[in-house]
Design a protein around this ligand. Sequence first.
Ligand SMILES: Cc1cc2nc3c(=O)[nH]c(=O)nc-3n(C[C@H](O)[C@H](O)[C@H](O)COP(=O)(O)OP(=O)(O)OC[C@H]3O[C@@H](n4cnc5c(N)ncnc54)[C@H](O)[C@@H]3O)c2cc1C
Ligand SMILES: *[C@@H]1O[C@H](CO)[C@@H](O)[C@H](O)[C@H]1NC(C)=O
Ligand SMILES: *[C@@H]1O[C@H](CO)[C@@H](O)[C@H](O)[C@H]1NC(C)=O
Ligand SMILES: *[C@@H]1O[C@H](CO)[C@@H](O)[C@H](O)[C@H]1NC(C)=O
Length: 433
Amino acid sequence: MTMKSFILLALSLTSVHMTTAAGSAAHRCFCQVTGTLDDCACDVETIDRFNNKEIFPKLQKLLSSDYFRFYKVNLNNPCPFWTDHSQCGLKYCAVKPCTPGEVPEGLKSSSYKVLLSHIVYITRFVVGGFLSLNVSPCSDETRQALQEWKKHDDESDRFCMLDDVDSPESQYVDLLLNPERFTGYKGPEAWRIWNSIYEENCLCVEKRAFFRLISGLHASINIHLSARYLLDENWFEMKWGHNVSEFQLRFDKELTEGEGPKRLRNLYFLYLIELRALAKILPYFERPAFHLYTGQPTEDNEKKKLLLELLHMAKSFPLHFDETALFAGNKKEAIKLKEDFKLTFKNISRVMDCVECFKCRLWGKLQTQGLGTALKILFSERQIEAMPNTSNTNPSFQLSRQEIVSLFNAFGRISTSVRELDNFRSLLSNLKQ
Ligand SMILES: Cc1cc2nc3c(=O)[nH]c(=O)nc-3n(C[C@H](O)[C@H](O)[C@H](O)COP(=O)(O)OP(=O)(O)OC[C@H]3O[C@@H](n4cnc5c(N)ncnc54)[C@H](O)[C@@H]3O)c2cc1C
Ligand SMILES: *[C@@H]1O[C@H](CO)[C@@H](O)[C@H](O)[C@H]1NC(C)=O
Ligand SMILES: *[C@@H]1O[C@H](CO)[C@@H](O)[C@H](O)[C@H]1NC(C)=O
Ligand SMILES: *[C@@H]1O[C@H](CO)[C@@H](O)[C@H](O)[C@H]1NC(C)=O
């Protein structure tokens, strides 16, 4: 053997050796993240392709619009469950709320506009004359009527505690300026939150589905903090990016006693649930009276078009989760189960007020609210139609702006996580050991 061919052979052996080992680093996180998912006719690869190529880019575009980037939230609710909680002093936990001038004027009145258009709607199509539309849009009577209506109509459907957006404590936050990423929030405080959320599981009849949703959400949060990790910091800038070791610590099967890959599968389960909700809600947004109102008609129409494209795409997904399978069994059981889910979810949304890190609280609230909205859509018995049945006096299905914004942004987070898994998969296969 010549020296040259020896070197070549040695080189190729090393590279063979490297690929096997590299394959295994990726394999240890992704071994079970393939093939069909339990309870569903769907496989991971189909979701990956569908999400990464179609849903993800469109959704990102939608979420950067004014309607979706400004989220109104009360980050100052007291924690209802324990009093000994400290404030997180980490600077990465800070949330910068908008100054009044930063929020588009049209948006400030829009939660109310959505309701108004709905009232117009019932008035026109369903109840006929129940509310006179001659009242000026800003009069106290209108506001009061809206409030009353809002309370009655919605409470029974809801899976989540919603912040009172009219409270002076609620503020607009620009989600694009306060991205979900590594904050350094960890240790006993963070565990206490996760523990009390998982404890709710014991109270829930459908323990398995409930657990998988929460575990999927937990996985998503931990993927984001690994993908936007604070890698370096100096006087001038902070450098955020993928930290592969952090990802491995959380998802490698050998470092998590086999749990990591299962947690990633739960992320896909959550993805399917939220995707199914989007498919089901399509007719609601097809109503001519529905506007993504920010006060700029051209932009608003464009964004509504984009929203409908996205929802049609969601609907076209060939292997949808069948939510009726979740509540199988007899009708009585199903009703009990739904009630149970509701109580548990409401409690979880209150636990979010106990999260010390404001950035984590913001995204935690948004995501539980978004998931709550998805469940409300999936399990509501109200009709969700583009043209509600006019002889039906039951008020039709309704979403507030806060629910809409949280639904789409929450799905945006899960969709981004699925996209990030692709990045981690390639980063892991390039690893040297
Ligand atoms: C609501 C909320 C939002 C947060 N947002 C952020 C954020 O934006 N940025 C940030 O940097 N940190 C955030 N955190 C903190 C982060 O989630 C972790 O708690 C923290 O990084 C410490 O991680 P850990 O390795 O100790 O385990 P944790 O993630 O705290 O998990 C605790 C235990 O739960 C189990 N577990 C972990 N993952 C799963 C899963 N997917 N399914 C089932 N069980 C699981 C494991 O046994 C683990 O030991 C948030 C925490 C909470 C409660
Ligand atoms: C709500 O959560 C708190 C704190 O985890 C718990 O003490 C309480 O029992 C829960 N209540 C319900 C109805 O789930
Ligand atoms: C990446 O995460 C690991 C594990 O948490 C940590 O030890 C390491 O310092 C991080 N890397 C960087 C560049 O911050
Ligand atoms: C409309 O609602 C009425 C009363 O609930 C019902 O009898 C009728 O069948 C419905 N029509 C359609 C087209 O669903």
